[in-house]
Design a protein around this ligand. Sequence first.
Ligand code: URA
Length: 204
Amino acid sequence: AAGKGYEEERLKSLSAIEKAIHQCRRCPIGELENQAVMGEGPKHAALMVVGEQPGDQEDLAGKPFVGPAGQLLDSYLVEAGIDRGQVYVTNAVKHFKYVQRGKRRLHQSPTAKEIDICRWWLDGERELVQPKLVLALGASAARGLLGKTVSITRARGEAHRLEDGSELWITAHPSYLLRLRDEARVEQERLFRADLAAVAERLA
Ligand code: URA
């Protein structure tokens, strides 16, 4: 749970969680001009993919992974033979954290504390969806699932076990790939593909 004062009962449906996250002010991110973005996908998906937080486009659309990182993710899912329509896609943090620079809203990473507070909602989604496999995209997602910070380099490429028995795989965030150039990009794409292929194999 999110710590003292939040020992309330788990919500019993995804729609109840969706309603509640829109009102959530447990951390300051919800005070910005944004909207909560709920996870999306089949209620009992075998695979849950977890990102960091909605970006600018996701905040405007109210849907996870629809912007540039989402498009890159989609192309890798297709390549791995994973149907996004069968995946429950969500984020560790439900609101978009940003700083305003003129007309642009620049992404800000959530703090460990913010991720830990928002875990209440991610745990609720996991409890209801009960995926067999969970794929964390990046360090914020990994923290939202494990409650501690891990190194992607060390944690990737092997299965981890979550407390409910589901299997956790950890890989890089697609936005990280988008920022790389040349050989670094090629190498990270190779690792990302290999991680998705491992997940696809476990799903089959
Ligand atoms: N990046 C994320 O981590 N999540 C999204 O939903 C979009 C971009």
